[in-house]
Design a binder for this molecule. Structure first.
Ligand code: SAM
Ligand code: SF4
Length: 331
């Protein structure tokens, strides 16, 4: 019983932002002084588990925990452990997370023990000072320790780097060699205009077509059909033997094969990363002990999934395309 949206896309991937809080303040993601949700508005871990379970019963095969920083949510491993029962039963094919890596040293082996096989770690630079500058609060050494712990626990680590003009564009070749030399894929992401931040996004925006052209001066990149169920397009890098992914929401329309929806930690479902339309699942969740109302609300929401996003970084208005920050839905 799959969920099929009005454009014939099968919805098999749920991303869950388990908290809007974070121990970093990346400049492209958050303002330094962020107002976070009051704790009472959050879904409990049991409620998150209940919603995820209904989605899995309705055909979700891949579930990603994100945030904010998922590993700073109190007792997060309790939720991971609970959700892992769906891996054991075969209903769920993959349980994974996107993390900034700061808490990984603590949690890596337990994640592996729960059946997590792959994780994405966001890392925009290998330079400790630049790392501190871009994350405002982060410590690169701790993240490195986390990545090492994850690899030691047998987790496949993919690195995600946001491409930022005049910040890390010149460093991408080095990061590519570094990641591929350790058996990790790297994906570069264009900045998306989400939420008010302190900086000017038009100054940060780097089209990946330009980055790719620059990389091709020193690397041989071959397009490959490799897919991980996400919007990244991959190339094989001859010189390093690894894969490089490009996520280009701004220069390329990645919506036609979209298979995902996003749940926030307050139970709001976003049918598209780049649109404001949402559906409240918390009210039907709390209205009864059974899951029928919740299931109906999900069906109704999927029936409203839009065809695509309208991201544009507008030099004149400088307003974000959507008002919420990426940390609400987790990328
Ligand atoms: N805290 C975790 C992390 O950093 O991996 C998970 C949440 S974070 C919001 C998810 C991803 O979104 C990160 O890779 C981050 O770099 C990316 N991101 C945040 N704001 C973005 C923006 N405005 N444009 C593009 N990517 C963004
Ligand atoms: Fe936190 Fe991730 Fe946003 Fe950075 S990108 S501020 S680590 S949520």
């Amino acid at each position: 019983m799959d969920m099929i949206d009005p454009f014939g896309r099968s919805i098999s991937y749920l991303r869950v932002s388990v908290t809007d809080r974070c121990d970093f303040r990346c400049t492209y993601c958050m303002a330094e002084d962020m107002a976070f949700l009051p704790k009472k508005d959050l879904l409990s871990l049991e409620e998150l588990d209940r919603i995820c379970t209904v989605f899995i019963e309705k055909g979700v095969k891949k579930l990603r925990l994100t945030g904010g920083e998922p590993l700073v949510r109190k007792n997060i491993m309790h939720l991971v452990r609970q959700l892992s029962r769906h891996l054991a039963s075969g209903a769920l094919e993959e349980l994974t997370l996107t993390t900034n890596g700061s808490q990984l040293a603590r949690f890596a082996s337990e994640l592996a023990d729960c059946g997590v096989r792959r994780i994405n770690v966001s890392l925009d630079t290998l330079d400790p000072d630049k790392f501190h500058a871009i994350t405002r609060w982060g410590n690169l050494a701790k993240v490195m320790e986390g990545i090492n712990a994850a690899r030691a626990a047998g987790l496949h680590v993919k690195l995600n780097a946001v491409a930022l003009k005049d910040f890390n564009d010149h460093e991408i070749p080095e990061m590519l060699r570094w990641a591929h030399g350790r058996g990790m894929d790297l994906t570069v992401i264009e900045t998306m205009p989400m939420g008010e931040i302190d900086a000017d996004r038009t100054d940060q925006y780097l089209p990946l077509s330009l980055l790719r052209a620059n990389l091709e001066r020193q690397f041989t990149l071959t397009d490959i059909p490799y897919k991980t169920g996400g919007p990244a397009r991959y190339v094989q890098v001859a010189e390093t033997g690894g894969r490089l992914g490009f996520i280009t929401p701004m220069t390329h329309n990645f919506c036609e094969s979209c298979n995902r929806v996003r749940l926030t930690c307050t139970g709001t479902l976003y049918m598209c990363l780049g649109q404001d339309d949402d559906a409240d699942l918390r009210a039907p969740l709390r209205a009864s002990e059974g899951n029928e109302l919740l299931s109906n609300a999900i069906d109704e929401a999927i029936g409203r999934k839009p065809k695509g996003h309208d991201f544009v970084i507008d030099r004149r208005t400088k307003r974000p395309a959507v008002a919420r920050h990426m940390s609400v839905t987790g990328g």
